[in-house]
Design a protein around this ligand. Structure first.
Ligand SMILES: *Cc1c(COP(=O)(O)O)cnc(C)c1O
Length: 381
């Protein structure tokens, strides 16, 4: 594939919501108009319809629509009573929301290193970190949050074995990877509870904030429903527990129902773009390694450069050619000011190294073949 490298070409978008609306706008407007007609803006019928559709898609028994991916994690943690004195193990290489919730609830996030090639949480490091916390005796190990990073699944069989052996609650932060699969099974059933985000840039994105929790446990699902509406009981004015306002907005559910119809096609397009990048960039940068026997939702296509200097040079060259790129994540969480005080000082060398060398290229269903060729040519320089 060759393409002229010209600064005359219009810049490529990292996320192209206007183009998405040109493709799906009519279907979305029909759904939104229905809501504008019935006016049930809070917990309207679209919320239940979406919950059923998402549960069916993932093969999960229950789905609870909530206000965001972050609130989904919070509701799951609150349902387990996680708080002061509890250690929650999670990867150091993830979005801040994963770590923010345990901290907000008074628990302590314990950061775990990741795999240098798949970027997913490293089970060996997890085992070491749990042993360290037990030996220190200051915190009570309570939960593991596995994160399906960038669209690919975390190593779930290994995480389940550790959770069982150590008697820890296991949760899947699947904010980036809904639509992905492991061993032929869609993500959503790998842990006791799975949280989703519908932030606009996620593979299944709404037009505002939104999230959901998947589980096969009906009792937990009932608890999640209570917690998302102020801890209410059978009637609105029976308050059983401390909850929150964590409901999914009806308008967002309507947008998502329209977008869910096109989701499989979009995932196929993302996969085709990823394969074109793999072929076009081989030998030039380190292309992402696939988790064995999995399907990626391709939230992020991240390459690795030799070092930080090479990454800066690559990012500048891309910019000159109108090709956007992004760094997920420029700093591992244990090195962030917000979490440094929580961290025990253990070095997590893989997460630290990745944050200096990783670079995400545009990958969204609206990218044309010509744009993909332009990205490849610009990376190859
Ligand atoms: C986006 C994201 C979240 C938070 O989702 P919001 O809907 O933005 O609150 C949580 N965890 C991970 C890994 C994410 O990427």
């Amino acid at each position: 594939m060759t393409a002229p490298l010209s600064t005359e070409s219009p810049p490529i978008a990292f996320l192209d919501l206007p183009a998405q609306q040109a493709r799906l706008g009519d279907a979305i407007r029909r759904r939104v108009d229905t809501v504008l007609a019935h006016c049930r803006f809070v917990m309207g019928p679209e919320v239940g319809e979406l919950e059923q559709a998402l549960a069916a898609y993932a093969g999960a028994k229950e789905c609870v629509g909530v206000s965001s991916g972050t609130d989904a994690i919070q509701i799951v943690m609150m349902a387990e009573g996680i708080g002061r004195g509890d250690a929650v193990f999670l990867p150091a290489f993830t979005y801040t929301a994963t770590a923010e919730v345990p901290l907000l609830l008074g628990a302590t996030p314990v950061f775990v290193d990741v795999d240098p090639r798949t970027f997913q949480i490293d089970p060996a490091s997890l085992g070491t970190r749990i042993a360290q916390v037990r030996a220190a005796g200051r915190l009570r190990p309570r939960a593991i949050i596995g994160v399906d990073l960038f669209g690919q699944p975390a190593p779930w069989p290994a995480l389940r074995a550790i959770a069982e052996r150590e008697r820890l609650f296991l949760m899947d932060d699947c904010a980036q990877s809904f639509g992905g699969a492991l061993s032929g099974r869609k993500l959503g059933r790998e842990a006791v509870a799975t949280t989703l985000s519908f932030f606009p840039s996620k593979p299944l994105g709404a037009y505002g904030d939104g999230g959901a929790i998947l589980t096969d446990d009906p009792e937990r699902a009932e608890l999640y429903r209570s917690l998302r509406t102020h801890g209410e009981g059978k009637t609105r004015y029976e308050v059983l527990r401390t909850g929150m306002n964590g409901r999914l907005d009806t308008l967002q559910a309507a947008v998502l129902l329209a977008k869910l119809d096109a989701f499989e096609e979009e995932l196929a397009r993302r996969e085709a773009i990823a394969r074109a990048y793999d072929r076009g960039l081989e030998g030039c940068v380190v292309t992402p390694m696939r988790v064995a026997d999995s399907r990626s939702a391709w939230a992020v296509y991240a390459v690795l450069t030799e070092d930080e200097t090479a990454r800066t040079a690559l990012q500048e060259r891309l910019k000159a050619h109108g090709v956007p790129s992004a760094i997920y994540y420029p700093r591992p969480l244990h090195r962030q000011p917000a979490y440094q005080a929580q961290h025990d000082g253990t070095s997590l060398p893989v997460a630290e190294d990745l944050s200096c060398r990783i670079l995400a290229l545009p990958i969204h269903p609206e990218l044309t073949d010509a744009e993909v060729a332009r990205v490849i040519a610009a990376v190859r320089g």
